[in-house]
Write a protein that binds this ligand. Sequence first.
Ligand SMILES: *[C@@H]1O[C@H](CO)[C@@H](O)[C@H](O)[C@H]1NC(C)=O
Ligand SMILES: *[C@@H]1O[C@H](CO)[C@@H](O)[C@H](O)[C@H]1NC(C)=O
Ligand SMILES: *[C@@H]1O[C@H](CO)[C@@H](O)[C@H](O)[C@H]1NC(C)=O
Length: 394
Amino acid sequence: MKFSTIVAAVFTAVACVDCRVTPETNNQVLLQFDTGLKDYIVDDKYSLLQLHKSLVDISSVSFNETEVAKYLEQYLTDAGLTVELQLVEEPAYNLKNKRYNVYAYLGDRRDTKVVMTSHIDTVPPFFPYRVEGSKIYGRGTNDAKGSVATQVITFLDLVSKKMINEGDVSLLFVVGEEVNGGGMKYASDHLNANWSIGIFGEPTELKLGVGHKGIYIFELFAEGKAAHSGYPQLGVSATEFLVPLLNDILQLQLPHSTLLGPSTINIGRIEAGVAANVIPAKGFAQVSIRVATDYDKVVESVKELVKDRQHITFKEYQGVRPQYLDYKVPGFDSIILAYSTDVPNLTLPLSHRFLYGPGSIFVAHGDHEYVENQDLLDAIDGYTRLIDHALHLD
Ligand SMILES: *[C@@H]1O[C@H](CO)[C@@H](O)[C@H](O)[C@H]1NC(C)=O
Ligand SMILES: *[C@@H]1O[C@H](CO)[C@@H](O)[C@H](O)[C@H]1NC(C)=O
Ligand SMILES: *[C@@H]1O[C@H](CO)[C@@H](O)[C@H](O)[C@H]1NC(C)=O
């Protein structure tokens, strides 16, 4: 499908006392709350700011996303989309409440060329929506309800302008991104829908994510024998085996990626011994490597280093390969990211994957999480151009 006119969100600030709406061209209007924020409204009904505020004001810390999913189901159904709530079952967590992914599309075609997706859970703690100047504060305003709201409004805008048809684009909003990627994995495995291109919404400062580093986490357990430190020959010091090994690990030559930069290492936890005058019987360390490239080689070199070490047990804890995304799209800047996303949990074989959204990751999980009003407006323009680009890809 071709559409040449890109919605240019051009707004002018109008002084406003108790007004609501100032009509602009087509279905773009300027809404001035008493906050002075600028809005984007589709069909006189679907207000970006109202949707964003409603989503933020529903607390949805990971594992407690029921209400926000039901809100979105109702909203998207009222907007004329076909909506499915997908019950996400993760028996291992033994949760009492029901958690749902939300899948929405036009008409009957469940398989679409493009899936536009983000997550509806947030990190804790919840704090409500409030506006200061042009900044909108609140948990999830940025990560990722800014993406969810702008994706929904973009979708409705394109439907209203008849720029997308059945089978072109769907919306998928998942639970659990901030904890284990369980929602996206569940959708991949059980939704039974097929897509060839993914647009993932996360705070990327309105740039296209180049990719993100992988992570390799492992643990080292040192086993010795306790004794009085005055008689070291009677014991075996766990730290004397652990510390040199950690030192060797710090000396590892790690690969550098021209795209994602250096791989980096962090010895994040060390525990050993009980007192200065006791030979330590036990030692423990947890190490993580942010892997920029050559994941298998990194794993191999760690294993090479720890193998055949006396008194040391090695255990792999977590492994995620680096993720490379599509970032060369005319009109977009790119950004290298150091955080993980749901991208690896969408395990269907997509031909293209884009990561894009409003807001900066630097404020995302903090107690001053916010998004700029203008970023939300610009994101609608960005998603519109990305969908246009994606629908023209093979
Ligand atoms: C779970 O979410 C609901 C709805 O947003 C909220 O009222 C409730 O306080 C949340 N519960 C917890 C434990 O966060
Ligand atoms: C999501 O992907 C990450 C990275 O590959 C993985 O560690 C995690 O286990 C996945 N989540 C699920 C529920 O499989
Ligand atoms: C999913 O879509 C891809 C790309 O359009 C296609 O090659 C593949 O056969 C589809 N798979 C299923 C199970 O429909």
